[in-house]
Ligand binder design. Structure first.
Ligand code: SF4
Length: 372
């Protein structure tokens, strides 16, 4: 599969050699990988790297998402989740409701709660500190993974303090990890068109770096399949890689395909249609190949779709996320995946794809080796 002549014929001989030697790929290499029509050749290279890093292990986590509000001041064009206050479908959970969701584990204790929401116009930082403290006190054993860099910047703006201070205070309340959302695409022209009120790339990366320096790990994402070019995707990956070189705290990268349903952002015709699945697989594979300093690549089944997420495990991904329980952001955008997966379903999905399931915590430490 990794036949030298085949890669030479594709014009990827040098890239193949770099991958085999464990050398870093350049921005131009990333462009060439996106341009190559032989997707199985790209996938095989990515699978080689994934296997070198993780063998046949595929990770999942027993987790619970809590989306606390969809009321948001940003109004990103692509977002099907956002509502204005008072608009039909707008919701905001109370702290009691959030704690109740974390307490309700259906007999399967979560090891992680994943909390994200819109940038609410007036919920103050103290409200979030209080919620995190209460969740942490109610369930001290679970990792609280909460608030994207965009939310952190929003809390800072409302409080009139800097983002580092927000992170310090939330960490003191019990926050351990930030999810990776809000990165979208860093290219300024596209970012300006799809999410003009959101913090820019420099601010997103700065908040991630501040978290890393405070010992708070973060994930990172890329929203793709909208108005961005392949060059924008490679640029995005290179910027994440450079940040990781500097501060080292990215745990996992999650490529997020843009889901078109209920979105105000309309795609150009060439972006709609039968090549979407291949584009998603190629993006997972190129991400694995470019991000040589980020250990884990997630095929997020909610956004990727369950079937394609399984295939993505052969294109460089080594994690599927988890049980989720209840998810609003992807489903309001048209995800046709189920709301929740059981442990048995996740393990079965992994085994049927030819891998060994490993149940993990937020930091990718195995918490219970799945039965063979
Ligand atoms: S993507 Fe996030 S910040 Fe943008 S409108 Fe939706 S909830 Fe708000």
């Amino acid at each position: 599969m990794l036949d030298t002549d085949h890669y030479a014929r594709l014009g990827l001989g040098e890239i193949r050699d770099k991958v085999m030697a464990g050398h870093r790929l350049s921005y131009d290499d990333g462009l060439r990988l996106f341009a190559c029509p032989d997707i199985t050749a790209i996938g095989a290279l990515a699978h080689h790297v994934r296997t070198r890093l993780h063998g046949d292990r595929t990770y999942y986590v027993v987790n619970r998402q809590v989306n606390y509000t969809n009321i948001c001041v940003n109004g990103c064009l692509f977002c099907a989740f956002q509502r204005e206050r008072g608009q039909q479908g707008a919701f905001a959970l109370t702290p009691d409701e959030m704690v109740a969701r974390v307490m309700d584990d259906g007999g399967v204790p979560f090891s992680e709660v994943h909390i994200v929401g819109g940038c609410h116009p007036d919920l103050p930082l103290e409200w979030f500190e209080d919620v995190i403290r209460r969740i942490h006190a109610a369930r001290p054993s679970i990792v609280v993974k909460a608030f994207t860099a965009v939310e952190i910047a929003h809390f800072a703006k409302l409080a009139g303090i800097d983002t580092e201070e927000v992170l310090r205070r939330l960490k003191a309340a019990g926050l351990s990890q930030l999810p990776g959302g809000g990165a979208e695409i860093f290219a300024p022209d596209v970012r300006q068109r799809i999410c003009p009120r959101k913090i820019d790339a420099e601010a997103w990366l700065r908040v991630a770096g501040e978290a890393h320096r405070l010992g708070i790990g973060t994930n990172c994402t890329m929203l793709f399949g909208h108005l961005e070019s392949e060059a924008d995707r490679v640029d995005h990956l290179c910027r994440l890689r450079a940040q990781q070189d500097e501060t080292g705290g990215f745990t996992c990268f999650i490529p997020l395909p843009f889901l078109t349903e209920n979105s105000l952002l309309k795609l150009p015709p060439e972006r709609v249609g039968q090549h979407v699945g291949l584009d998603r697989l190629r993006t997972v594979a190129v991400s694995r190949l470019m991000l040589d300093n980020i250990a884990h690549i997630k095929a997020y089944w909610v956004m990727m779709g369950v079937k394609l997420a399984q295939v993505a495990l052969h294109y460089g991904a080594n994690d599927l996320d988890g049980t989720i329980v209840e998810e609003k952001i992807g489903h309001m955008a048209g995800s046709d995946a189920v709301q929740a997966m059981t442990i048995a379903q996740l393990e079965d999905m992994i085994r049927r794809s030819g891998f060994t399931p490993v149940r993990r915590d937020t930091h990718f430490n195995p918490v219970e080796e799945a039965r063979a």
